[in-house]
Design a protein around this ligand. Structure first.
Ligand code: SF4
Length: 266
């Protein structure tokens, strides 16, 4: 049976698409963004970690396994628990990660089954996958959340570990095929919010603005710092200060001037 590696299923999420949703987090990602909020999502394998809990001055340590191989039916059972909330709030299911397109057959199968139940779906993706993989699912989600990080390819490689060529090509495929797209732009101090990068993203936005609904600005915060420690992964941005809404105002204005709706947060 086709199984997928999932590291979390969160119910009642409200920032991952319209309405009340269930977000299914796929494990495995080909990128290594320095600002990743889910470092436990990156490796396409289960990982063991020790969770520390301090209670009444006593320390408890608990072994935790990140990632669980699940069948489509097991995932759907979880999703169906909140069906009445999706119907009432015009919500649905979001596939996120990690990168869901790293497990294309499992994702495709889930999208088909959920669509058959009439539930709205969002695919939250970095867009980093082959053209063939991308085309195999392009008609399935109702909405794409598509990340744009860095326009300069050398910078993209330095900060995410991969080239942005496929990402930009796959975005054009979405536009050419008339898909519903929301761009998501992580605002990372000194990395993605440089004058050079904002100019580059502006140029891209002008090019695709007739094909996208909006661009969401996702401000950097250090909430994942403890996860980096727990999973023993290098945390290059550990000392970077959290951004406030005011820090994003100028970027919002610049993108807004391109004629696209801008939203702060997801
Ligand atoms: S694409 Fe997303 S999940 Fe993958 S490394 Fe970057 S931020 Fe993390």
């Amino acid at each position: 049976m086709n199984k997928g590696l999932i590291f979390d299923i969160r119910r009642f999420t409200v920032h991952d698409g319209p309405g009340i949703r269930t977000t299914v987090f796929f494990k495995g990602c080909p990128l290594r963004c320095q600002w990743c909020h889910n470092p436990e999502s990156q490796v396409l394998d289960t990982e063991e970690t020790i969770k520390t809990i301090i209670l009444d001055n006593r320390t408890f340590r608990k072994k935790e396994i990140a990632g669980r191989w699940m069948t489509p039916n097991e995932v759907i059972q979880e999703i169906e628990k909140d069906r009445p909330f999706y119907d009432e709030s015009h919500g649905g299911v979001t596939f996120s990660g990690g990168e869901p397109l790293m497990q294309p057959d499992f994702l495709s199968d889930l999208l088909d089954r959920i669509k058959a139940k009439g539930i709205h779906t969002v695919l939250d993706t970095s867009g980093y996958t082959s053209r063939a993989n991308f085309l195999s699912v392009i008609d399935k989600p109702d909405l794409f959340h598509y990340d744009i990080k860095l326009i300069n390819n050398t910078d993209h490689q330095n900060y995410t570990g991969v080239s942005n060529r496929r990402i930009l090509e796959n975005l054009l495929l979405l536009c050419e095929n008339g898909k519903n797209v929301i761009l998501r732009f992580p605002v990372i101090p000194g990395i993605t919010d440089t004058r050079k990068n904002i100019d580059g993203v502006r140029e891209l936005v002008i090019k695709v603005k007739d094909h996208i609904h909006e661009i969401d600005l996702l401000p950097w915060h250090g909430l994942a710092n403890s996860k980096y420690k727990r999973f023993n992964k290098p945390n290059k941005l550990g000392k970077t200060r959290d951004l406030k809404k005011e820090d994003l105002a100028w970027i919002s204005e610049e993108f807004g001037e391109c004629g696209v709706k801008v939203k702060l947060g997801g």
